[in-house]
Design a protein around this ligand. Structure first.
Ligand SMILES: *Cc1c(COP(=O)(O)O)cnc(C)c1O
Length: 538
């Protein structure tokens, strides 16, 4: 958009000062309030009425609009125009993740109060890296951490009374996202495993080569099921373990880590006394299938061999809020560390990760003291944190926990799990589909598998099965793409890999939007049936 000729905008000291102080008159104050109204109400109404999920436009056309690499010397727009162009030009081509027809990813609608809390966070602009830039916000962050810690571990009052505000204790930490939470957990586990000993100052100071020499080994591994999130592989890379050493263990028919294969892998590794196991990761809500590993059994194995047990509950963690379904995560209270994402099932805006530790002093293994910023014994949260400066997202979580209560979150969790079950039933009823992974939490996968091919499959030999499978993969890729391009609803697609079997392409849905009901899900299946008939019907 070209700036208006009449109101040539100039970068000058006077106007600059105005943007740092409160609007001087009622009129401009009212304008700022109006913009907030536009963001809160106008944006979503507009998307709902005119866009669906996203407006049809090729990525090429869109990229052609963003080719200007110069920063203009003078201001080119006023705030009102910036907001207007975001609402009119960006939002329709972004993805309307709050649509109840958007059931493909872990990003979804958020309650409107999150926008208020996010705005307050921005307005206060606290930096919890140290007390001097956050003060009470650091203290209240510790309270938020204790609340979720208690939800996971359920220690008694005495424990929380002692540790909640004790500067030497750290029940966990906020991170930018789940990836960094997983990295923080494994970083801590690595530093504990290769702690200082005679003649060795610890891996954090001397590095992996020295650690291996001091401990007389050649390799470290992390074990996780084949459904482990790729952030664990990044952790392997970053921590100097090497991501090839993040070993993936097969899953059973329910998509949970195969315990006997896990035990076999451990036995095999332990034959070689030059290899150490850094951690075993149990997934509580796998990204692709929503399934939960047998956490109690993993806990037993880790206890038996003194291995760090990390639970990746980035997705599933908030299930603990539901009295009805929290048993699905039982065993998580035995994990040494736990990852939970705020921007997933706590319905917070992007982004907020968290990591929790059972032992309140284990994070000392990653403590850093920079003279100018935080001194030993201080309450500065930046001492035990991968990030330096960061947003005070704990303010959002604290507010949300108060506004929602356990009961409010439980309603969301219960709805997700129950609507996923109902959706699975609907898929089972329709001849065109096959349910590939039934939901344990609120994620399921399925695929198009026409009745006549199901019959052919029964008598097919190996070669014919390969052919059928290739064809089905093609069908599912096509239908998913055409539905996405039509822009009314969105289901994602992934590939399930089974050792010894063909990779199968499946449609994946994540049911977390409370406005998604069975009627909408039926419409989504109807649309897929229609696309299938148009493209592949005879
Ligand atoms: C989403 C997710 C992560 C990573 O979280 P980000 O916030 O996307 O970095 C890790 N593990 C699991 C199981 C997840 O679902």
């Amino acid at each position: 958009m070209k700036p208006d000729k009449k109101t040539e905008l100039l970068a000058n000291w006077q106007t600059l000062q105005r943007i740092f102080i409160r609007p001087e008159n009622e009129e401009s104050g009212a304008a700022l309030v109006r913009y907030m109204e536009q963001i809160l109400f106008g944006l979503h109404d507009f998307l709902k009425q005119h866009v669906g999920i996203t407006r049809e436009a090729s990525l090429k056309d869109l990229s052609d609009r963003f080719t200007d690499s110069r920063i203009s010397q003078n201001p080119s727009k006023k705030l009102a125009d910036v907001i207007k162009s975001i609402i009119e030009d960006i939002a329709p081509h972004a993805v309307n993740v709050s649509s109840p027809y958007f059931i493909g990813h872990m990003t979804s609608a958020i309650p409107f109060f999150m926008v208020h809390l996010q705005t307050i966070m921005g307005a206060l602009n606290q930096n919890p890296v140290k007390l001097e830039t956050s003060k009470v916000v650091s203290v209240s962050e510790r309270q938020a951490l204790a609340k979720i810690h208690r939800l996971i571990y359920g220690f008694d009052d005495a424990f929380y009374d002692e540790h909640i505000q004790k500067p030497e204790s750290t029940l966990g930490g906020f991170t930018d996202d789940g990836t960094l939470a997983n990295i923080t957990a494994l970083w801590t586990a690595r530093n504990v495993l290769f702690k200082p000993k005679n003649g060795f100052d610890g891996v954090e100071s001397q590095g992996m080569a020295a650690a291996y020499q001091a401990y007389d080994i050649r390799r470290t591994v992390i074990l996780v099921s084949q459904l482990g999130h790729y952030s664990l592989r990044k952790a392997g890379g970053i921590l100097g373990i090497g991501h090839d050493n993040v070993l993936s263990i097969d899953v059973d028919s329910q998509n949970r880590i195969n315990i006997s294969k896990l035990e076999a892998a451990i036995r095999e590794i332990q034959k070689d006394n030059q290899t150490k196991i850094l951690a075993i990761v149990g997934i509580a809500g796998a990204t692709e299938t929503g399934t939960v590993d047998p956490l109690p059994q993993i806990a037993d194995i880790c206890a038996e061999h003194s291995i760090h047990f990390h639970a990746d509950a980035a997705w599933g963690g908030p299930t603990l809020m539901s009295e009805k379904y929290r048993h699905l995560l039982s065993g998580i209270e035995r994990a040494d560390s736990v990852t939970i994402d705020g921007h997933k099932q706590f319905y917070m805006p992007m982004s907020c990760g968290m990591v929790y530790f059972k032992d309140p002093v284990i994070m000392d293994a990653i403590a850093y003291h920079a003279a100018y910023i935080n001194r030993p014994g201080s309450v500065d949260l930046g001492i035990r944190s991968l990030e330096g400066s960061r947003a005070a997202t704990s303010l959002i979580l604290s507010g949300a926990l108060e506004i929602m209560g356990r009961g409010g979150y439980a309603l969301l969790i219960d709805h997700g799990i129950e609507i996923a079950k109902a959706f699975a039933e609907e898929i089972r009823k329709r001849h065109l589909f096959e349910l590939t992974t039934p939901p344990e939490l609120n994620i399921l996968t399925y695929r198009i598998f026409p009745e006549n091919m199901k019959n052919e499959w029964k008598t097919a030999d190996h070669h014919q099965k390969l052919e059928i499978n290739d064809y089905l993969n093609h069908v599912n890729i096509t239908v998913q793409r055409l539905q996405r391009e039509a822009g009314k609803s969105f289901v994602s697609r992934t590939t399930l890999r089974r050792r010894g079997c063909e990779d199968i392409v499946v449609l994946r849905s994540v049911l977390m939007n409370p406005m998604t009901d069975i009627r909408i899900l039926q419409e989504i299946l109807d649309e897929q049936e229609k696309i299938y008939q148009q493209q592949f019907g005879v």
